[in-house]
Design a protein around this ligand. Structure first.
Ligand SMILES: [Mn+2]
Length: 319
């Protein structure tokens, strides 16, 4: 029977999957492993894609939600379930997952690979140790050395087209072969295009953002969010650093409104939670970087809702 590994299709998610396969599915990959890349908002749909008969379901670096949990419950009686994640918003689901018999490894670690290394006592080689640090840097750990260059390259190359799962498979195969990621042309070419787009997007944000209280708010049209898809998270983080202000990005995307928040004052998750609760939607992430996804909410209503919420959240009073 096959194992299924579902991981977040981002830098630390891909590195988590590499580590898990390398240490626990060495012989089962690729022939007996179904590897699926996802995003938190569609993970419950992607879980349904796993083969009917699986021996094991492994969920890596995925911010959990009610939808994800209810899709996992029926699988618990048939397969061993392993969940490894570092998103704070996942904490509330740990008890329920444990109750259905899943093995859950959760803590507020800097990245999922770091968490795996600490809790699973992985016997890592220097190559793996580097990638674990790179995963941390991708998730916001400050670094000045050449590893931040590798983190940037991986992040940007993935961001070029987050729907390109073939590239994510390629990255994992390259890691399993021990290739030096920064020398791979497939990576550097994608990263260069992404960097060019990122700079255009940052300029657009500088030109368009309006300051409301302590927040810089930018709204993108749905065609803009299509052009810059994949770069919006990175751009929000860069924009906050560059402007030294908390940033809120509001955009329409495939019939949903997505609100991305970056907060050096650690308000991001709280704000997303309040916005999702008020306007009807999901939220997830970390205190410094989080997002809310609203269904059936017109853009204007979302914008007004965001304004209302930030007016009411007093500076520094939330955690
Ligand atoms: Mn991730």
């Amino acid at each position: 029977m096959k194992s299924a590994v579902i991981c977040h299709g981002d830098c630390d998610g891909v590195i988590s999957a590499f580590l898990y396969i390398k240490h626990f599915l060495r012989d089962a990959y690729p022939s007996k492993t179904e590897l699926i890349f996802t995003q938190p908002w569609r993970a419950h749909l992607d879980i349904k894609k796993v083969p009917k008969e699986i021996s094991e379901l492994v969920m890596l670096d995925i911010a959990l939600s009610k939808d994800i949990i209810s899709t996992m419950i029926p699988l618990a009686s048939k397969a061993k379930i392993v969940v490894i994640d570092h998103h704070i918003s996942s904490e509330e689901f740990v008890a329920e997952l444990t109750r259905i018999g899943a093995k859950v490894i959760w803590s507020k670690a800097t990245s999922t690979p770091k968490l795996m290394n600490e809790t699973l006592k992985l016997n890592t080689n220097p190559y793996e140790a580097i990638l674990i640090r790179v995963a941390d840097i991708c998730e916001g750990v400050e670094a000045q050395d050449e590893l931040s260059k590798m983190a940037d390259l991986i992040k940007l190359s993935i961001a070029r087209d987050p729907g390109d799962t073939e590239f994510l498979h390629f990255l994992i195969r390259s890691m399993l072969r021990g290739n030096n990621i920064i020398n791979l042309e497939e990576v550097t070419k994608r990263a260069a295009t992404a960097k060019w787009l990122l700079n255009k997007l940052l300029k657009l944000m500088r030109d368009r953002a309006i300051l409301v209280g302590d927040y810089l708010i930018t709204t993108l049209t749905s065609s803009e969010s299509r052009i810059y898809a994949g770069l919006l998270g990175i751009a929000s983080t860069e924009f906050t650093k560059e402007m030294k202000k908390d940033a809120i990005l509001i955009r329409e995307e495939e019939g949903k409104v997505v609100i991305t928040i970056r907060s050096s004052r650690k308000n991001a998750l709280t704000l997303c939670k309040v916005i999702a609760e008020r306007l009807g939607g999901k939220f997830g992430g970390h205190v410094e970087a989080a997002s809310a996804t609203l269904n059936n909410t017109p853009l204007e209503k979302a914008q007004l809702g965001v304004l209302e919420v930030i007016k009411n959240v007093r500076r520094g009073t939330t955690t």
